[in-house]
Design a protein around this ligand. Sequence first.
Ligand code: ADP
Length: 304
Amino acid sequence: MAQILNGNAIAKDVKDELIVKIQKWVAEGHRPPSLKCIIVGDDPASHTYVRNKVTAAKYCGIDAETIRLDSDITEEFLLHKINELNNSNEVDGILIQLPVPDTMDERKICNAVSPKKDVDGFHIINVGQLCLDMPTIVPATALGVVELLKRAKIETHGRDAVVIGRSKNVGMPIAMMLHTDKRHESGLGMDATVTICHRHTPRAKLENYCRNADIIISATGIPNLIKADMVKPGATVVDVGITRITNAEGKNKLVGDVDYEEVVKVAGAITPVPGGVGPMTVAMLMQNTFQAAKMLRDKTTVLQ
Ligand code: ADP
């Protein structure tokens, strides 16, 4: 049976370490870090995510506030609101819960957040810096995957990794950090050899890439995509997928991309869903908020 990579426990360690750092920061005379979460519309999943983030922030000693906006607001109104927060010295981190309504240009919204306050790491400058291995604010899910692998002492140097999913917010930044050079400035590189698969990767090839991989990271949102016969015995399997399904008893359930019950028998290490990458994402968002607070204090920018 595989080692279970307990995201809840590792995320708690990250948050508990952060509590100590934030207490020290406040004892030095700074106000607590502050995070503003904007949510547009009433998508229940988005509201749950934001609630979890606010709860975690409070646990860590971060002041967090949810700003709820109606789905029928204009893009201009949202941009104006973001600008107000950008200009406030009382705000360190700004998060716009995605997706925004179809009437808005998501890229424009992400780029409207000051890169120094962009705790999601979605601003074009932060994405660019990540791709250049420069210090930056890294998208929380990707950072969560990297932190989980590090803390679980999963060797990546020289290993073969497959990332399934190439989204700009999740798959791409994971693949980016996995393949880059640890000696580079950001220090986040993991020196693995990475194959990126996506919806146009033929199934037989996907299976083959996976079978040869030491590390499989799946971020597609397709339940049961990764079967036990696709996993090399002893491989590490990280399941980033989160899909809400209704099971046979009519109950709502969260499932990942991996056929967990079977894959757990073959893998060397595996993340469960829920309780794997999800809590890591939230913990890393808190870390990003504290990083943003320090940048505001030091008047540094992620460009320096
Ligand atoms: P997220 O942003 O959470 O990663 P997206 O829905 O934006 O999720 O992206 C899903 C990703 O999964 C895409 O990159 C897509 O190409 C990939 N994908 C979808 N279907 C398959 C498939 N059958 N095999 C491999 N990858 C897939």
